[in-house]
Design a protein around this ligand. Structure first.
Ligand code: ADP
Ligand code: ASP
Ligand code: MG
Length: 402
């Protein structure tokens, strides 16, 4: 007997027929003699719809109240799925995040899981029940509901699988695996049978939202076996694991992220410690900074440009403007019309030509690069957002063919 954790995303439970489809897949796994824990997301576009409802009333609502609201979407799904499984005649119980023991920190709207108290979960499994858990949510030390960030149900699933030492964690979604690029955007995207944790983590962090990046981080940490599969077709998906047997590809995939804004601080004094001052101010407020570019000094002045998530743009500018006297800069400029396009692959470490090949493809298509950043296994460029889809397509073609 194995313990299997199965996660079904929003599009997989979007309506009654889909909920019944999920129920029958879960019941099949259960009847094959396995213990099954199921994590579900809110139905279809429910989370987006709830966000719109909140904006109608108060666009600046507190994150605590947003979490209270958004967590309701998953609560609907768990109850409906449990009812569907009851109808199929199997023992089942639904649990919200807090009932399932999810303890998180207090970073509302983007909370981290500190631990899972698995007592209740394990007791229900012992009683041979199928356990349905609400994804994306937990509770903090003030007994307030928190959510884990958009796409966070994947992380709920991997966290449970890691905590109860499940034999498998299966992520069911509306595509049948991880592809070399988003198959909904890129013609000729190819399905991968396997991918390493590190490569998947980079792809997910760089915009391939097929998996929440923290879910991959956690799967790597606990060496949890992860498979991305189709909710609708019964075929093999993509296995995410430490070592893969697959032929060495130069790059594994191309990703795009439109959630970037750039900030340029113009005319900073060209003295030691300036970058430290700028970025420590931002990190104190938990603002993540990504691509960084510093100009060479001229007349004792320099510029520093960097990117942040769009949601952090206003706050970052306000923090910097507030420190104008100590930082002694001239002006701040910002842009929101950008996109980050990245290639990822462990194979690029020893292949200096990879970045050049990407830049050549962009040059041939007349696409201008504003900023570049690289690591051992990725190259990212910032370009104009209107060119992003084309860029992903032509860069993908350069590495994988049309
Ligand atoms: P769910 O609701 O099941 O969590 P998501 O919408 O979060 O589903 O993730 C699945 C989507 O991820 C797919 O529909 C696809 O458009 C997108 N996606 C982006 N990059 C990739 C990729 N490299 N491979 C597969 N899907 C990708
Ligand atoms: N319902 C949440 C969202 O839409 C969590 C998830 O789907 O994973 O972001
Ligand atoms: Mg998702």
């Amino acid at each position: 007997m194995s313990i299997i954790v199965q996660k079904f995303g929003g599009s997989s439970v979007a309506d009654a027929a889909k909920v019944m489809n999920v129920a029958s897949r879960v019941v099949d796994t259960y009847k094959a003699g396995n213990s099954v824990v199921v994590v579900v997301s809110a139905q279809g576009d429910t989370t987006d719809d709830l966000i719109d409802k909140a904006k109608e009333i108060n666009p600046n609502a507190s994150k605590r109240e947003m979490d209270m609201l958004l967590s309701s979407g998953e609560q609907i799904s768990i109850a409906l799925l449990a009812m569907a499984i009851e109808k199929l005649g199997c023992p089942v119980i639904s649990l919200t995040g807090w009932q399932a023991g999810f303890k998180t920190n207090s970073n509302y709207s983007n909370a981290r899981i500190d631990k899972i108290d698995t007592e209740r979960l394990l007791a229900e499994i012992d009683q041979k029940k199928i356990v349905i858990v609400a994804g994306f949510q937990g509770v903090n030390r003030y007994d307030d509901i928190t959510t884990l960030g958009r796409g966070g149900s994947d992380t709920s699933a991997v966290a449970i699988a890691s905590a109860i030492h499940a034999d498998k964690c299966e992520i069911y979604t509306d595509v049948d695996g991880v592809y070399t690029a988003d198959p909904r955007i890129v013609k000729g995207a190819k399905k991968l049978n396997e991918i390493t944790y590190d490569e998947m983590l980079e792809l997910a962090s760089l915009g391939a939202n097929v998996l929440h990046n923290r879910s991959v981080e956690m799967a790597k940490k606990y060496n949890t076996a992860l498979e991305v599969k189709s909710s609708f077709e019964k075929i093999d998906g993509t296995v995410v694991q430490e070592v893969i047997k697959m032929e060495k590809m130069l790059i594994r995939g191309v990703a795009r992220d439109n959630d970037v804004a750039s900030i340029s601080i113009v005319g900073l004094p060209d003295t030691p410690g300036i970058a430290f001052k700028v970025f420590s101010l931002l990190s104190k407020k938990s603002i993540n900074v990504d691509v960084i570019l510093q100009s060479i000094g001229r007349e004792n002045k320099k510029d520093i440009s960097f990117t942040v998530q769009k949601a952090h743009l206003e706050e970052a500018i306000a923090i910097l403007e507030g420190a104008k006297e100590t930082l002694e800069f001239e002006t701040i400029k910002h842009r929101e019309d950008l996109s980050k396009v990245s290639i990822v692959g462990a194979g690029m470490v020893n292949n200096p030509g990879v970045a050049a090949k990407m830049f050549e493809a962009l040059y041939n298509a007349g696409i201008n690069i504003h900023m570049i950043s690289t690591s051992e296994i990725k190259v990212s460029v910032l370009i104009n957002v209107e060119k992003a889809e084309k860029a992903v397509q032509i860069v993908h073609e350069a590495f994988f063919g049309a």
